[in-house]
Design a protein around this ligand. Structure first.
Ligand code: ATP
Ligand code: MG
Length: 262
């Protein structure tokens, strides 16, 4: 059965796209069939996989407004088992389109579109924008679970209560089975006091929610790693850019943890 996982946090720049791209790639090299859906008008996941944002004619916007089916916009990537549903800045227009829809059902548009390809993929990973607007709500409504990247910096937990509350409401009203797969500390730097402090706070208050390596029960933490920051400019997930980097090892561990839980 296909598992749909949304990467969400309305806070900007916390590592959502880096997580979406590299988790998708790591699952794909484990021979799982993976679709990465870029649901962010910034189209960072699209460019991170080497696609120029304006060179693709049709994108997720056209799927959401109903002029294309999801299967018609899907692109192949340099990893055979990884496909991409690209985005484009034009996706900002979707908010207006959504508000023109009847009140009921507009949160479930992406979920309906995904139904067509559920039989094709083992995992669908959705990258969402830094807002709790209609795109993120659609992404969460379409998902079985959510991973919440938390940047190990000052204000790390800002907005988390609001996000958890939104998830609670969505469970009540739209998607009763939406699970929190876990909080994922990102950009952790052991040399940095603040980073260590934020991680200690996460362990103290949210230990249950942190994702663990199955065998050792060690918490999965994504380190601050230059290779993770560089690889998008080469249009590659980090596994194709520097397989031995700490960043790649961390995302491969995340993929393994998710495979074990499946
Ligand atoms: N573990 C890491 N180590 C070093 N740099 C990182 C790491 N994770 C992310 N970055 C860099 O930090 C910046 C923000 O990351 P990313 O784009 O993944 O965040 P985001 O949450 O998707 O942002 P937005 O909210 O704008 O969509 C990017 O330049 C990215 O390359
Ligand atoms: Mg992003």
């Amino acid at each position: 059965m296909c598992e749909v996982i949304c990467i969400a946090n309305q806070k900007g720049g916390v590592g959502k796209t880096t997580t979406a791209v590299n988790l998708a790639a790591s699952l794909a090299v484990e021979e799982k069939k993976v679709l990465l859906i870029d649901a962010d008008p910034q189209a960072n996941a699209t460019t991170s996989l080497g696609f120029h944002r304006n060179s693709i004619e049709f994108n997720i916007y056209h799927v959401l407004i109903g002029t294309k089916q999801l299967s018609q916009i899907i692109q192949k990537t340099s990893i055979t088992t990884l496909h991409l549903a690209p985005s484009n800045i034009g996706l900002v227009g979707i908010e207006k389109e959504f508000y023109n829809q009847k009140r009921s059902g507009r949160e479930l548009i992406l979920k309906k579109k995904i139904e067509d390809v559920l039989g094709v993929y083992d995992y669908i990973i959705i990258d969402s924008p830094p807002a709790l607007g209609p795109l993120t709500i659609n992404a969460l409504s379409a998902s079985h679970s959510v991973i919440i990247p938390i940047q190990c910096e000052f204000f790390a937990l800002e907005g988390l209560a609001q996000l958890l509350n939104t998830i609670k409401l969505l469970r009540k009203e739209i998607n009763p089975n939406l699970a929190i797969k876990g909080l994922l500390p990102t950009m952790y730097s052991s040399q940095n006091n603040l980073s260590r402090q934020v991680f200690a706070d996460l362990l103290q208050h949210f230990d249950e929610q942190l994702i663990k390596i199955s065998d050792t029960q060690n918490t999965i933490v994504i380190p601050r790693n230059i290779k993770l920051a560089e690889s998008p400019s080469f249009g590659k997930p980090v596994i194709l850019y520097d397989i031995r980097s700490q960043g790649n090892i961390a995302y491969q561990n995340l993929a393994k943890a998710i495979l074990k839980r499946a």
